[in-house]
Ligand binder design. Sequence first.
Ligand code: PLP
Length: 373
Amino acid sequence: MPLVPPYIEALRPYEAGRSAEAVRQKYGLTRVAKLASNENPLGTSPQALEAIAGSFKSLNLYPDGGLGLREVLAEKFDLKVDNVIAGSGSEGIMSNIIRAFLCDEDEVLTTEAAFIGFQVLARSRGVMYRTVPYREWHYDLPALAEAINPQTKIIYLANPNNPTGTIFTRQQFDEFYRHVPERVLIILDEAYFEYAKDNPRYPDSMQYRYDNVITLRTFSKVYGLAGARIGYGFAHQELIRNLLKVKLPFEPSTPAQAAGIAALADREFLHRSLELNARGLKYLAEGLREAGFSLVPPEANFVMMVLPSEQEASRIFESLLAQGIIVRPLRAFGLPHCLRVSTGTDDDNRICLEAFRRTLGNRPYPTPVSSRP
Ligand SMILES: Cc1ncc(COP(=O)(O)O)c(C=O)c1O
């Protein structure tokens, strides 16, 4: 008799992408660019690194459960500390939301091929996980509103979305929200918020402090702290109060929290990171389109490419690996004919585009399939 419930048996352990070092050794390369995990190619804010080092002297003591960071964020966003939570990455907080709010008969609703981290967390709770297809690679918010039923408890929306890189607009969200009952919790995952915030059509969820909306943000992307595991969330104090009941008391760790606080203050690093990304996104999107590839309009720090078939996606992925470029195949997300490419340094981006062109040889590229999944 299996020791685990069937919904756990059905999951697969998360497979981390191949490391740059493993690829370098396998193909005997001198230089490898890892453009597979939407990380910051500039590294980490020097102020955050200094703060991490400074935290070492108190590693013998238990952390304060994120209070220091919550206070800084409350001040920065003009909220009460009771409206803020800090955790081990935004996925850490997502995991707490799933533990705190779902009963066995509840349902989760989101888009098809949603961010894999959320898919795994929600499915591991054993509740009904329902999805609605993308519309032209964007969340189909009207269809999601239509799909709400009496069991729907959580709706998960990532904006910008991973893996498509698309956003939904202020107007679309306003219209959607009118159809969501108060008993339904909306998770607005804004892991890529900083990249989209200057787009006037982007609905910064801090303008939507509704009682049933929780915003999640992270230091893993533009702040270059993916390895530290630090993220935060904003919500009504009752939601936060309940999340604090299930949160591991000592997350985030002391170095992670110190890094987050320092990174928030490092405007210069943020600015440089955003500039590099904007340049890289434009360069990759234009270059790949000119080469004949079909892309989804990018709004974060990566582009999603739609290939004519799963075989072609695998062929290109393997060919790029052999040339020292690691991109992300999207089979695990549910999109086996797609690849995701994160922006890198200017050099990474140039080498990446050259490698993509080389995968085409002299062949004219097959007419791209429609942009629908
Ligand atoms: C949409 C989305 N949410 C959350 C995360 C995870 O963030 P964290 O590292 O803070 O757990 C990612 C990382 O890829 C993401 O793409």
